[in-house]
Ligand binder design. Sequence first.
Ligand code: SF4
Length: 85
Amino acid sequence: MTKSMFGDQKLMPTLIHYRTRCIGCNVCSEQDPIHWQISADDAKATLKGGITKGAVTICKISEIDKELSLHIAHNCPMRIIKVQD
Ligand code: SF4
């Protein structure tokens, strides 16, 4: 068996969020509530299950979720969402 048969996370796309510039417009959380929610604390979007380092939050996503995430990244008015292979 190869590593990928166990779902090697290195092969999964990465969703990247530069949260400090978020304006809380809700576009991401409306289109993908599985990965995004608006925080009750500061009204900015939060990437669910993400790991935050400094001003950047990252989260691995499945290939199936990649197309929707690219669509959301394109529609984010602040362009603070990136999808990386
Ligand atoms: S679409 Fe962009 S600006 Fe709008 S809430 Fe989501 S991350 Fe923030």
